[in-house]
Design a protein. Structure first.
Length: 719
């Protein structure tokens, strides 16, 4: 290590610099050091220099720059001082970067420094004075500022919105390069009012008017318009601007942006065209049609026929359905539409009753209608299409026909009774005539009068018998047709099925050693024949119910249920069903038909009992309850065939698989099944038979359920 000058005869540094100068350098605010000889050995370093470079005086004095900072190799520092010492020319550096160890850290700093050569008394170069200013923080600040400016520049240029600025008077004074590229304008053309060259001629007046209004009031500027692009075509844009104001509210500067909205405009145009097509289709539809949008069921479109049905005018458009037709509250339609909007299922109903205020009066109508949910591109329901046909007259005509048939049956019974009474009167008269024949023998005149009276009475009876004969002839013809159908169903159709089953049994006994596949085919054939046979029996039972008159006899439903439970005893025992039965009333009607009602309801409850999580059958729990209620307490959707002051309510509740409530009307239709025949056996007629039995007795049947929570079937019978 060198601890002295390379020239032994050179005087020491302190001999050249007097104490006063050395003291001033020690107190100087800038960093000062002195190195000696071609090896640049430190002979002086003031405190500021030591602080900047993290070295003490002991670590510096007597050591060369290479020894103090060997890590400066390759950074050009050594070469600078060697050149200064060799040439005697000073060197000045600005923002010079150097990396060196300062304690445990490798520091990167930036410095301004001067390397000034110093001559001794003989004029020989012996020393180099180094003056250093640490500008690291200043350089880093400038670098950060430059990075921020570049970041802002790229952010502006890459932003889909084109930024611009204007002075307080509205003259454009700043814009991005993208605006020039987009419009083809030069920078000079775009300044001031030059931007007015690019808007579409049709849009320019409204843009100028809105811009002048914002300049005068300081309010935000927001306009959709078209601009001419560099290639000469036009594109939809949206320009917005906000004012920066002083504390007094005066505008200092406008900051704005223009963004491309061509895609939104195209989508909006396509949506408007689609809406126009839908509107035209609905308005020109041959049936009453309307469209409800959103969960609030806002009436978006309704044609004239639908508005006429509602008894309203076009002011209902744009209102929620519940607000436009408040009379629907308490009727099933609003809840049903809400369910459809959430579930997305189509709903259809025939002859549905609706009470609407038409001409200021609440009037009952009947409609065949369809609710069809409409879905968007994401598969979500956004609207419901409603189509309806007014069938009020048909329903009334059907009701009148039913009433006429009932009057016909009543008339037939009255005629039969009158004939019987007349016959009894005639027999009594003849008996009386025989007993008094001897007395009348001598009274020819009296006898002639009596005979004439009898003749007149006989004519009346003959007229009554003639009317009765015609009524009985019509009834006999109807019954004959039914008997022919019953004969065909029970014999001509059943006989081939019995032969199929018999021959199937014979084949199975002969092919006992055949392949399993052949036996499976035989089993399927016999199973199909068995299902067909059961279907024919159910159809026969249903057709008989449709034409069988109900005798108004007192029927104890407790005794009927006892007979049904005896019939189903094997099925109840096999399923492990648990029954809870209230005391049932005595009603007027047909005991055999009530047996069919209970048998089908109980069979249904057992069949649809479901399975638990392990796949094992769930034991059915069935409750049969009975109560009474007034007609005013009937649910709105329950419409008994025969009006009455009060009704018996019989409810059959189970713990089975249940069903969606919007199927409650469909399940009572013939051949309607909610499950495949592979999942649950049956012909789809059982509940239709139940509905027919209840209708024959002037009542109504309905159901309520939720999937997995069982079902309750409610039967309403007039008292």
């Amino acid at each position: 290590m060198h601890t002295a000058s390379s020239r032994p005869d050179s005087p020491p540094f302190t001999a050249i610099w007097n104490q006063q100068v050395a003291h001033l350098f020690m107190q100087a605010p800038s960093a000062i050091a002195v190195v000696e000889g071609p090896e640049q050995v430190f002979v002086f370093a003031n405190p500021r220099y030591q602080a900047i470079f993290g070295r003490t005086q002991e670590q510096l004095l007597g050591r060369s720059i290479r020894q103090v900072w060997p890590e400066l190799e390759g950074q050009g520092i050594y070469e600078i001082f060697e050149t200064v010492y060799r040439t005697g020319q000073p060197y000045e550096a600005q923002d010079y970067q150097a990396q060196f160890w300062c304690g445990p850290s490798l520091v990167t700093g930036y410095y301004q420094f001067v390397a000034q050569p110093l001559m001794d008394q003989q004029g020989q170069l012996s020393y180099i004075m180094i003056q250093v200013i640490d500008v690291t923080q200043l350089v880093k600040t400038r670098q950060d500022q430059h990075e921020q400016e570049e970041h802002l520049h790229y952010t502006v240029e890459l932003n889909p919105q084109v930024p611009w600025t204007a002075d307080a008077q509205g003259n454009i004074d700043g814009f991005s390069q993208r605006w020039l590229t987009l419009t083809g304008l030069t920078a000079a053309q775009a300044l001031g009012e030059g931007w007015m060259q690019v808007p579409h001629p049709d849009d320019r007046p409204s843009m100028v008017k809105a811009w002048l209004h914002s300049i005068q009031t300081g309010e935000p500027y927001d306009v959709e318009h078209r601009i001419r692009l560099a290639e000469g075509t036009y594109k939809w844009m949206r320009s917005r601007a906000f004012a920066r104001k002083d504390s007094a509210g005066r505008v200092l500067k406008w900051y704005g942006s223009t963004e491309d909205i061509a895609a939104q405009k195209s989508a909006q145009l396509a949506l408007e065209q689609s809406h126009q097509r839908i509107t035209a289709l609905i308005e020109e539809a041959p049936v009453a049609t309307s469209l409800y949008t959103g969960p609030e069921l806002v009436i978006e479109i309704a044609n004239e026929m639908m508005i006429t049905y509602w008894g309203k005018d076009h002011s209902v458009i744009g209102k929620p359905l519940a607000q436009a037709l408040p009379e629907l509250q308490g009727q099933p339609f609003l809840d049903l539409l809400d369910t459809i909007f959430r579930s997305g299922t189509v709903h259809q109903q025939r002859a549905a009753r609706a009470d609407l205020v038409v001409g200021g009066k609440l009037t009952t109508f009947y409609f065949d209608y369809t609710y069809k949910p409409l879905r968007n591109d994401q598969g979500q329901v956004y609207a419901i299409l409603n189509m309806a046909i007014d069938v009020t007259e048909q329903v009334k005509t059907h009701g009148q026909l039913l009433a006429s048939e009932e009057r016909y049956r009543s008339l037939s019974r009255v005629l039969e009774q009158q004939v019987a009474e007349r016959t009894n009167e005639l027999v009594a008269a003849l008996d009386e005539l025989a007993s008094t024949n001897q007395e009348l023998t001598g009274k020819n005149a009296d006898y002639a009068a009596i005979n004439e009276a009898l003749t007149a009475s006989g004519e009346k009876v003959e007229y009554a018998n003639r009317d009765l004969a015609k009524a009985n002839q019509d009834l006999a013809r109807s019954n004959q047709n039914l008997e022919q159908f019953a004969y065909v169903a029970s014999h001509d159709l059943q006989e081939p099925l019995r032969k199929i089953q018999q021959f199937g049994d014979l084949l199975k006994s002969r092919l006992v050693h055949s392949s399993r596949e052949e036996l499976v085919y035989l089993d399927r054939m016999q199973l199909a024949a068995s299902r067909m046979s059961q279907l024919i029996k159910d159809l026969l039972a249903f057709s008989r119910l449709a034409t069988s008159p109900v005798s108004p006899l007192a029927v104890d439903l407790n005794r009927v249920l006892t007979d049904v439970l005896d019939t189903l005893s094997v099925l109840l025992e096999e399923s492990g069903a648990q029954l809870e039965v209230d005391h049932l009333p005595v009603v007027a009607g047909d005991a055999l038909q009530f047996e069919q009602l209970f048998q089908n309801l109980l069979t249904n409850a057992i069949k649809f009992s479901g399975r638990d999580q392990t796949g094992q059958p769930v034991k059915p729990r069935i409750r049969i309850g009975a109560s009474q209620l007034l007609s005013t307490d009937l649910p709105g959707w329950v419409k008994p065939v025969r009006p009455a002051v009060a009704y018996h309510l019989i409810e059959v509740t189970d713990n089975g698989i249940g069903f969606e409530e919007h199927y409650r009307d469909r399940i009572f239709q013939v051949f309607q099944r909610l499950h495949g025949k592979g999942a649950y056996a049956g012909t789809g007629i059982g509940l239709a038979i139940c509905e027919k039995v209840v209708s024959n007795h002037g009542g109504a049947i309905t159901a309520r359920s939720q999937p997995g929570q069982g079902a309750t079937f409610s039967v309403y019978l007039p008292k």
